[in-house]
Write a protein that binds this ligand. Sequence first.
Ligand SMILES: *Cc1c(COP(=O)(O)O)cnc(C)c1O
Length: 377
Amino acid sequence: MKWGTLLIHNGHEADPVTGALGVPIVQTSTFDQGDLSVPREFDYARSGNPTRKALEEIIAALEGGERGAAFGSGIAAVASVLGTLSAGDHVVTAEDIYGGSWRILNTFYRRWGLECTAVDASDPDTIRRALRPATKALFLESPSNPLLKITDLKACIAIAREAGIISVVDNTFMTPYLQRPLDLGADVVIHSATKFLGGHSDVVLGLAVSRTAELGRAIYAVQNSFGAIPGPWDVWLVMRGIKTLKVRMDAQQASAGRIARWLREHKKVKAVFYPGLPDHAGREIHEAQAAGPGAVLSFKTDTAEDARRFLSRVEYAAAAVSLGGVETIASYPVKMSHAAMPQAERLRLGITDTLIRISVGLEDAEDLIADFDRALG
Ligand SMILES: *Cc1c(COP(=O)(O)O)cnc(C)c1O
């Protein structure tokens, strides 16, 4: 089965009771246990809900994993997966993982005794050097945010396997349609379904998929204990979003490619970062592990003034955080996603005040290009 079909015929295309072409929203906190001698599948909605179960099964199938789990946000998914670790354990992460993931590791979990080392994962040897006897997990993301740096997932995951630790990949930018980390050997995949899976900037939700039943049980135990679960309405919105993932991603990705190539020729633009450009660092690695470059790109203007002018003048892109929606979004990392990062660290990573990140939406590329041209002046 190919992707367009798989997204629709996902095992939940018709409700077995009513025939409804959609999973019913089961809005309840508790379930009548009836005759107590026969245990029922659902008893309390923190522990399980049929609407949520459908999404968990859908994402597990799409990622090729054993078990899925849904959470109230992407960060709740990250926190809950890390919650399977223990005080005294050590985690190695890429240095440019999502800011919220960095924050929860370096503030909250540090207080609870989890140690963490950040490395430049574009050089897999840095991972090997960071390993300690207490290291239990490797946490990766590719392409990274906001510079779309490519990590050789297969090579990094192989180092983790050799060391007997689990590897976790945040696959938010790619979605399973473009990249399947479990196929590359990863143990857990995480999503902020707030982004491309939901796809319409109208819901906050997180997902985790595990390779093995054992890891699935460990994540479920945290899901049930922490209770960072999503409600059935939000789950339903994400299931609806997933049905159109392929057409949205195909169209948004095609526009992103056109815009990236156009930006590269613009005299006010100094650099463009997009895995679909022929000279993007790590492009060959990306092409070996993913089916497309995605719909997020970033670029640097000549001066900070140019960047700020672009953001205030641009009409068809919201100046906002987040990505992956049908609406084009322009973000300014130094004032948004990376505002909390010390300036020296930001500059070391190349996140300057001339950098703009674009999540390309479903508007026509011609209109976006004309608008960006006006905004660049
Ligand atoms: C947005 C995002 C998250 C966090 O997800 P929320 O749904 O906002 O909690 C995690 N990782 C990546 C790559 C993201 O873009």
